[in-house]
Design a protein around this ligand. Structure first.
Ligand SMILES: *Cc1c(COP(=O)(O)O)cnc(C)c1O
Length: 386
């Protein structure tokens, strides 16, 4: 029996999801109706934040965060090279400059010692964008201490990590996106992420001023709130107070995402089971490197990354067996756009060494045990010379 094709990630749409979307299609609003507010409230509850702002995608979420924090030409913002380019691009949209700190080769996350060095060396850095890469939460308590010492804000890119958390020094559980330590956090509802909406994104925060600014910026910079208007000409009156965008999520998407969110806990249980089975299979296999998970971290497993010597060989071999693994990520500073800005090969050697060897294996809640065993068997066969 064929098990294939097995992708690295995949959405899961149920009859309940389809039912929810059908109801949304027959409702009075297709965009910016009550489903948006309801989904924002559910999502804020899920991550433990005060406020949530739904937007059209994760990249729009990053852009609005950079705008709300006032990124402008002459300012620098620091992030990791091992992320999706959007984490860095949002700074460029606002005319700011992107700088990087290399990764910790064991956790694959931004190295906090290198981050501190960079902040000390460059007082022009005004913000930090840590990325909970693969779903492994960055210890934001430590990042906050550095940010406070160097007068920086924090945007947590939590696209990989809804449902993830870490335990802080006081024993409190800080969920990804909770706003306990970061000023703002962002999520994506692209189909490969935990919660699928087709396209979609979310910003969470505990800061009321930022929340109000984001609401305005997502819809052209327009407000109708009588308390915020400069004048008032009557019932129709509204004001465009900033140069905003149309970054709205539709009610159709919000309804799908809200339906998906009800299964988030079950999905997390399954992702952790899958990770445990991979861990057990590779723990004693010297030819397969796996991620080190700090004791305080509760991993959300968007990705399961292994490291092997002949990465291209394994990638091609798995494809022959209809296993579609993926590479996350080509370091951002190696992209031609960033090379034109002056970055070059060799600038972040640990990120580059990581890239040479990394491969993301299938990780999604509906992956069957049989499929996972097949993936493990093929990986071990390849690294041990078939
Ligand atoms: C997916 C992703 C984004 C962008 O989200 P979109 O919804 O695709 O725009 C940003 N950062 C990271 C780390 C991501 O994985």
């Amino acid at each position: 029996m064929s098990l294939g094709p097995i992708p690295y990630g995949k959405q899961h749409i149920t009859e309940e999801d389809i039912q929810a979307v059908s109801v949304a299609l027959k409702a009075d609003y297709l965009t910016q109706g009550p489903s948006i507010k309801a989904f924002e409230e559910d999502f804020a509850t899920y991550v433990g934040s005060k406020y949530a702002v739904a937007v059209s995608n994760g990249t729009a979420a990053l852009h609005l965060c950079a705008l709300a924090l006032g990124v402008e030409p002459g300012q620098k913002v620091i992030t990791t090279p091992i992320t999706f380019s959007a984490s860095a691009n949002c700074v460029r949209y606002c005319g700011g400059e992107v700088v990087f700190a290399d990764i910790d080769p064991d956790t694959f996350l931004i190295d906090l010692a290198k981050l501190e060095e960079a902040l000390k060396a460059d007082p022009e850095i005004v913000g930090i964008i840590p990325v909970d890469f693969t779903g492994l939460p960055v210890n934001l308590e430590k990042v906050r201490a550095l940010a406070d010492a160097h007068n920086c804000w924090i945007i947590e890119d939590a696209c990989h990590a809804p449902g993830g958390a870490f335990v802080d020094a006081n024993g409190a559980v800080s969920k990804c996106g909770s706003g306990m330590y970061a000023d703002l956090a962002i999520f994506s509802f692209h189909p490969v992420k935990h919660i699928a909406a087709g396209e979609g994104g979310m910003i969470t925060t505990n800061n009321e001023k930022l929340y109000q600014d984001l609401l305005r910026l997502r819809t052209h910079g327009i407000t109708k709130d009588p308390n915020l208007l400069h004048e008032n000409h009557g019932g129709w009156y509204m004001e465009m107070q900033d140069l905003g965008y149309n970054y709205r999520l539709t009610d159709i998407q919000a309804t799908l995402a809200a339906s998906q969110l009800t299964r988030a806990d079950a999905g997390m249980v399954r992702r952790r089971e899958i990770a445990k089975a991979y861990d057990a299979a590779f723990a004693n296999e010297a030819k397969v490197g796996i991620q080190t998970i700090p004791d305080e971290a509760q991993h959300a497993y968007h990705l399961y990354v292994i490291q092997v010597e002949d990465r291209k060989g394994l990638y091609d071999y798995l494809r022959e067996h209809q296993i579609y693994s993926q590479v996350h990520y080509i370091p951002v500073h190696r992209m031609p756009y960033y090379q034109e800005l002056g970055w070059k090969q060799g600038d972040f050697p640990l990120s580059e060494a990581y890239y040479d060897r990394c491969l993301s294996l299938p990780m999604f809640p509906t992956l069957t045990e049989e499929q996972q065993q097949f993936v493990i068997e093929r990986v071990l066969a390849f690294v041990n010379g078939q």
